[in-house]
Write a protein that binds this ligand. Structure first.
Ligand code: SF4
Length: 233
């Protein structure tokens, strides 16, 4: 598997203290991406599945407060077969697993059998707008969201808010989400930041992405009015 960064954090990428692997490669091209070095499939460092399993087993004592291992990216599902093999092995070792994904994998449902905690991005309810800014529409993201609502599995939906790109219509998001059973779903807003700006080699196309506090408040109020569960991490 190709990894471009790894390290521990607490309660940011899933519950408890976690070993977080950033897997190389992403199928999207979000213009605000804060890890552009993870987009290409080239780069990073190569590890075998067994080398990673061994590192996770050796880290078990660090997985306190309900922690474990998180796979993010880039987009973790781009290296699907190796990821599946590794998470199956982690489950056989009773290690808590989490995936943070852009939700575009048709194989996500299959993978979720071995995932304890799912974090899924939902960047826009309108497919054409999403495609304009990321290169991919949201048919599969919606399919995955709806499927999780139907099966009642836990899901943590993260909505990155970028001023002028997806902040005009909180109602559009909330109305869509609330069409389905969200009793096991929590929603989190991530306000735009510019941590990735310096890492972009080409033109950085977001001009004024910072989200005014009133906009964030409006999103929170709207989601609460629709009885959607909000969290912050
Ligand atoms: S899905 Fe995430 S990693 Fe991929 S381009 Fe978008 S922000 Fe970057």
């Amino acid at each position: 598997m190709r990894i471009f960064s790894k390290g521990f954090n607490f309660n940011q990428d899933g519950p408890g203290n976690r070993l977080v692997y950033h897997l190389q490669g992403c199928n999207m091209r979000c213009i605000w991406c804060s890890n552009p070095e993870g987009m290409s499939l080239d780069g990073g460092e190569e590890y075998t599945v067994l080398e990673m399993l061994d590192e996770c087993i050796r880290s078990k004592l660090m997985f306190f407060s309900g922690g474990g291992v998180t796979f993010t990216g880039g987009e973790a599902t781009v290296q699907y077969s190796e990821l599946q093999e590794l998470i199956k092995l982690l489950k056989s070792e009773n290690i808590h697993t989490c995936i943070e994904t852009n939700g575009t994998s048709k194989g996500l449902t299959e993978l979720l059998q071995y995932i304890d905690y799912l974090i899924m991005d939902f960047k826009h309810y309108d497919s054409r707008t999403l495609e304009k800014y990321t290169g991919i529409g949201n048919d599969t993201v919606k399919m995955n969201y709806e499927s999780n609502c139907k099966t009642g599995r836990q899901q943590h939906i993260r909505i990155p808010l970028i001023n002028g790109i997806n902040t005009d219509d909180p109602n559009g998001f909330a109305e869509y989400f609330s069409r389905f059973d969200t009793k096991n779903t929590v929603f989190e807003f991530l306000s735009y930041h510019e941590y990735g700006r310096q890492k972009w080699k080409g033109e950085y196309k977001v001009k004024n992405g910072f989200v005014p506090s009133e906009t964030l408040e409006k999103f929170k109020e709207t989601f609460m009015a629709y009885n959607l569960n909000l969290i912050t991490t």
